[in-house]
Ligand binder design. Structure first.
Ligand SMILES: Cc1cc2nc3c(=O)[nH]c(=O)nc-3n(C[C@H](O)[C@H](O)[C@H](O)COP(=O)(O)OP(=O)(O)OC[C@H]3O[C@@H](n4cnc5c(N)ncnc54)[C@H](O)[C@@H]3O)c2cc1C
Length: 411
């Protein structure tokens, strides 16, 4: 069976590797002229690292990523109120990795070229539209700049892994309109600096109105002993600040330094960290309303094309990888691709919708707002509602499919 994948991001490439391993013929078409290591940090949680491990990629990712040992929450004064071990340190069979998105994408890209052959990963091919009949699906590619037709490809299944601005989704849901803006803007950067806390901790500081997420993403220090630290500021900017949905749009660094100027803790100097970044990128925190179905005959959606979500709870890339794994399982199980895509839809549409909606409801980070609302001027150790915070954190893990007992039963 020949499968056409639209989009060579983390979702599309993982799908290609999973399907190839299962014996399917796969071809990936990527819009950009050249695949480059873009973006900043992302996380892969144990449930998705399980899939990457089964593809034989755990070692190479580990060499290029930080194995996250713990996740810690602090208020805006730098006071700690929650900490938990992560990945193998929490008893999972698989680690949690914090990694540069571009590094992970290039690992997947190189591996896909190696095992599928370079001809199976085709850059500079932008999907314009597709059509299908009883036997096949036909993808029409165009020149991205001019819209001129340039190539047609025929297969038995088409997977739209073409991101938040998916052309496949747009064709399936022509009236949907743009993503839903949360009135929050994300400010993303990386800074070379000395490690903080134990050097492998991921931290969340503040509350949803003004938040900062910080974690290291590269295990190799430079000649000064500095590590690459990823950070993402979240500011509630309101309707007025809807920036373009362009992952590479630069923001005003000086403004951000000023907003965070008070956040100088004895364990981390946030304004200095922001100031030390070469560039700061801004992206509107957006998602899309969950769909009732992703599958229409021989075409389906995967990853951000299917379920773009707020980057809360470190689940964006991981859920795309889970889609890849389950879709492969369905295509192996059913001889008929139509039945396979229906089965994929039945399982993954509601599962991903729950994560999208949980993230809208602030996911695990709702503990930050609870602490801010209750203790806007700080708290004493005895006042921390440990049991309540634990309940929120456990619930999210179950919804997102990574509670330790359930996951460890899988091979
Ligand atoms: C350049 C870039 C930078 C990013 N940086 C970050 C980051 O720093 N932090 C973070 O949390 N998330 C980032 N993301 C999003 C993150 O990668 C995804 O949320 C997650 O990994 C799910 O991946 P995906 O493969 O579904 O979608 P994406 O990673 O968005 O990949 C979609 C791919 O499809 C391609 N494509 C789009 N339209 C077409 C078309 N019509 N025809 C062919 N190909 C098409 C795109 O070029 C892209 O390579 C970034 C995405 C991109 C594209």
């Amino acid at each position: 069976m020949k499968i056409i994948i639209i989009g060579g991001g983390i979702g599309g490439l993982t799908t290609a590797l999973c399907l190839h391993k299962a014996g399917f013929e796969v071809k990936v078409f990527e819009s950009v002229r050249e695949v480059k290591p873009l973006g900043v940090g992302i996380n892969t949680l144990p449930h998705s690292v399980r899939v990457l491990t089964n593809l034989g990629l755990q070692d190479i990712i580990a060499q290029n990523a930080i194995e996250t040992t713990d996740l810690a929450y602090f208020n805006k004064f730098g006071q700690p109120f929650w900490s938990e071990p992560r990945g193998r340190f929490a008893g999972y069979k698989w680690p949690q990795f914090s990694v540069h998105r571009g590094t992970l994408q290039m690992i997947l890209f190189e591996e896909a070229k190696r095992v599928l052959g370079a001809d199976a990963i085709v850059a500079n091919h932008h999907l314009g539209s597709f059509e299908q009949n009883e036997k096949e699906v036909i993808a029409h590619f165009v020149n991205r700049e001019t819209g001129e037709p340039m190539h047609t490809e025929t297969g038995e299944v088409l997977i739209g892994a073409d991101g938040i601005n998916s052309v496949v989704r747009q064709q399936l849901y022509p009236n949907e309109g743009p993503p839903v803006y949360s009135e929050n803007v994300l400010y993303r950067g990386t800074t070379r600096m000395k490690p903080f806390l134990n050097g492998t901790t991921m931290v969340m500081i503040g509350h949803m109105g003004q938040k900062m997420v910080v974690y290291p993403i590269d295990p190799t220090p430079d000649e000064n002993g500095d590590y690459l630290i990823n950070w993402v500021g979240n500011l509630r900017e309101g309707k007025s600040k809807l920036t373009a949905r362009d992952w590479n749009r630069e923001a005003d660094k000086a403004r951000l330094v000023d907003i965070y100027k008070e956040w100088t803790f004895d364990w981390l100097n946030v304004p200095a960290m922001i100031d030390g970044a070469k560039a700061v990128y801004e992206f509107p925190m957006s998602d899309r309303n969950p769909l009732d179905r992703w599958t229409f005959g021989r075409a389906t959606l995967l990853g951000d094309a299917a379920h773009p979500m707020y980057p809360i709870g470190s689940n964006g890339a991981s859920q795309a990888i889970l889609d890849a794994d389950y879709l492969t399982e369905c295509l192996l199980k059913y001889n008929n691709p139509l039945e396979a895509l229906e089965a994929y839809d039945r399982e993954r549409v509601p599962a991903a919708a729950k994560v999208v909606l949980q993230n809208r409801a602030k996911g695990p980070d709702q503990i930050m707002d609870r602490m801010e609302e209750r203790f806007p001027n700080g708290f004493s150790e005895e006042e921390i509602p440990h049991a309540e915070l634990e309940e929120v954190m456990d619930h999210y893990k179950k919804v997102a499919g990574f509670d330790v007992q359930t996951l460890n039963k899988k091979g």
